[in-house]
Design a protein around this ligand. Structure first.
Ligand code: GLY
Ligand code: MN
Ligand code: MN
Length: 414
């Protein structure tokens, strides 16, 4: 019994060190195969480079991460119909004194670690790229980036195509493993929201709530915020991307908390609007229930084939119509004009994920539904945001475990 426990303990201690990520290398390989299948040319990606001072936090470029899972700096990726090559920088003793040991092409385990059959040192990149040009006329790269400038000088006579436009459609549909990652980011973010709610007492500061949020996020093993947390009380709740979080909160105000974790490179994106001191005023509750009604109507219409954005009959329009047909401002005008942003976006490796704006929905897409009403004149901002998975016949709200019915929120604050 004691031995079993010792093994379990040891396994528990060693597991994180072995754990590449929750997504197996074979899945990254499958993603590249999908991209290669109908490729008439090459896809060229430059991985994120190291900050020269070696003090910045490194995060792999998202498309590069999607296709490789590789999280060491300075790598490059070349994909053609018949081949895929990962290029890695050489060992650099000076750099590795700061960063720890890295992997390079000459290491005996470089194939096993990367999941690539073909791992080459980065100075082979140019010659391999020129070879790859024979495989077809198209060259995809990330445009409007340093990559574009570098490639333009190497390939003066080729027109570069939009690599994100090529990879984005793949990233739009999440795999089972990705959905599990997104659920973990959602679960941790929900727990962190609850911790933040406990700090919304009159006289506390917005950053007190951020501190509680952050503690849970780090405590649960997530690496970062998915975006700078927005904790806007009173008038700050009407500023869509307020992020100073310095203000002292007063009883009778509501606070917009738009905050989420990034865990293992996957983001969440959750907003709740919470009353300081535990009870919504009558007007706050009125506005709140309109936003909630709009959100529910939109979520109820989500299913494969439905249009998210577009001219008429779209899910976005359902939310807008709901807001316009419920409640009034202080001048007796409809509230639609106070819903001043889009209804939502894809979520994945990036909080505003690749794949453009959501249009025709398909099973496996993950996106936010986040209506809001912001009335500066009344110092009231309300936004409610959930992450939703499109299922085969409807929607699953991945962040449903965090209360949003006003009575339930008030109960959670007691
Ligand atoms: N948190 C940024 C957004 O909701 O899009
Ligand atoms: Mn969002
Ligand atoms: Mn958000």
């Amino acid at each position: 019994m004691r031995i079993v426990r010792a093994i379990l303990l040891l396994g528990g201690l060693l597991w994180p060190a072995f754990l590449h990520s929750a997504i197996p290398l074979s899945e990254y390989h499958q993603r590249r195969e999908k991209l290669r299948k109908d490729l008439n040319g090459s896809v060229v990606l430059f991985g994120q480079r190291e900050d020269r001072e070696l003090i910045g936090r490194f995060r792999q470029e998202s498309n590069f991460y999607y296709l490789t899972g590789w999280t060491e700096p300075g790598a490059r990726l070349l994909i053609t119909h018949d081949d895929e090559i990962l290029f890695l920088p050489h060992h650099d003793e000076r750099v590795e004194r700061y960063t720890g040991r890295r992997t390079s092409a000459e290491d005996s385990d470089s194939k096993e670690k990367t999941g690539f059959q073909n791992v080459l040192p980065v100075e082979k990149f140019e010659s391999q790229l020129l070879k790859a040009l024979d495989s077809g006329p198209e060259v995809y790269a990330l445009l409007h980036s340093r990559d574009e400038d570098a490639l333009k000088s190497l390939l003066a006579f080729r027109e570069l195509r939009d690599g994100e436009g090529k990879i984005g459609p793949l990233r739009r549909i999440k795999s089972k493993a990705e959905i599990a990652e997104l659920q973990r980011a959602a679960d941790v973010s929900m727990a962190a929201h609850r911790a933040a709610w406990n700090r919304l007492t009159p006289g506390a500061h917005e950053y007190d709530a951020q501190a509680a949020f952050t503690e849970v996020m780090l405590d649960r093993g997530c690496e970062d915020y998915a975006y700078p947390p927005i904790i806007g009380s009173g008038p700050n709740g009407t500023v869509l991307h307020y992020e100073a979080n310095r203000r002292r909160m007063d009883r009778g105000e509501v606070v917009v908390i738009d905050a989420a974790a990034e865990c293992d490179y996957y983001a969440s994106d959750i907003t709740r609007t919470i009353p300081v001191g535990g009870k919504y005023s009558a007007r706050e509750r009125e506005i709140y229930e309109i936003v909630l009604g709009a959100q529910k109507a939109a979520i109820a219409a989500i299913k494969p084939g439905a249009m998210y954005y577009g001219e008429t009959g779209t899910i976005s329009q359902i939310a807008k119509d709901y807001i316009n047909s419920h409640g009034k401002d202080q001048h007796g005008e409809p509230l639609g004009k106070y819903f001043t942003h889009g209804l939502g976006h894809f979520v994945g490796i990036d909080v505003h994920d690749a794949g453009g704006v959501p249009l025709k929905l398909e099973e496996g897409m993950v996106l936010t539904v986040e209506p809001g009403i912001y009335i500066p004149e009344e110092n009231i901002g309300v936004r409610i945001e959930d992450v939703v998975l499109v299922t085969h016949d409807g929607a699953r709200v991945m962040t449903a475990a965090l209360p949003k019915e006003p009575t339930e929120v008030e109960k959670a604050l007691q």
